[in-house]
Design a binder for this molecule. Structure first.
Ligand code: ADP
Ligand code: MG
Ligand code: MG
Length: 253
């Protein structure tokens, strides 16, 4: 049983040498293993900032509060330590590493997280099988990391990592953005396999309710102006689908 806790987190985005702006204004959220929490909200409300701040992105500084994984202070861990502790943050992985093949990169990631190198043949089999499940063509394994990947390929790659690394907690930011319906189904099935095969807790950040037709959330939170404005069950997503975010957006904002 894993518990991921975000407590009273405030964070600034660092804009210039001495310019900063507070974006997160006190975020509280607890996710237990096996639970899927959808974080929904208007554009610019700070959803990605929450993901980046927890990931330790250098452009964001947490000024108050804490983030705990089974009681361990995530904010004191290096990016590698966060991964080894079982935290999956899609955006922590390199954007583009030409010259390093996907299969080598993924095997190194799996080795780092599991603490021992998987046998090459066994890993190749696992990789090819998972790629097939995600409708990723087999030549992908020989390509450079994220080299010339399309938007859809990046999203599939993200879920490929999720399935291979088997984290305790995963933060997925806009996994659905830019995907056509077929790709959305494939990616959603991957998330659902990870949920079925492991006890992963998921923070699913999304602007649109569309993905929630495929990945069923246990809880839905509305993010507005840097904090969680309302929490509920799946019915809250249906309500947002019908009413939009209007009542959560400040007049004049
Ligand atoms: P969301 O993901 O909900 O659309 P973001 O977290 O991306 O929202 O952005 C929240 C606010 O922080 C926005 O007003 C955005 O302009 C600002 N912001 C985020 N990142 C930066 C940045 N690197 N530089 C300047 N402003 C930023
Ligand atoms: Mg965003
Ligand atoms: Mg499960």
């Amino acid at each position: 049983m894993t518990k991921f806790e975000i407590r009273g987190v405030r964070a600034d985005v660092l804009i210039g040498a001495d310019e900063r702006e507070e974006i997160l204004k006190g975020v509280d959220l607890t996710i237990n293993s096996g639970e899927t929490h959808a974080i929904m909200g208007p554009n610019g409300s700070g959803k990605s900032t929450l993901a980046y701040a927890v990931a330790g992105h250098p452009k964001y500084e947490i000024t108050a509060g804490e983030v705990l994984l089974d009681g361990e202070n995530v904010l004191e861990m290096s990016v590698d330590e966060r991964a080894r502790a079982g935290l999956f943050l899609a955006m922590q992985y390199p954007v583009e590493v030409p010259g390093v093949s996907m299969s080598n990169f993924l095997r190194s990631s799996v080795t780092a997280v599991r603490g021992e190198a998987p046998k090459l043949r066994q890993f190749s089999k696992e990789l090819q099988g998972t790629m097939k499940d995600l409708s990723i063509e087999s030549s992908f394994a020989a390509r450079g990391v994220n080299e010339g990947f399309s938007g859809g390929e990046k999203k599939r790659h993200e879920i490929l990592q999720l399935e291979l690394l088997k984290p305790k907690m995963a933060i997925l930011d806009e996994t659905d953005s830019g995907l056509d319906v077929d790709a959305l189904k494939v990616v959603s099935e991957g998330i659902n396999r990870a949920k079925a095969n492991t006890d992963v807790g998921i923070m699913l950040i999304t602007h649109y309710t569309r993905i929630l037709n495929y990945v069923k959330p246990d809880f839905v939170h509305v993010f507005a102006d840097g904090r969680i404005a309302e929490s509920g069950g799946p019915e809250l997503a249906d309500q947002l689908e019908n009413e939009g975010y209007e009542r959560f957006v400040k007049a004049g904002a």
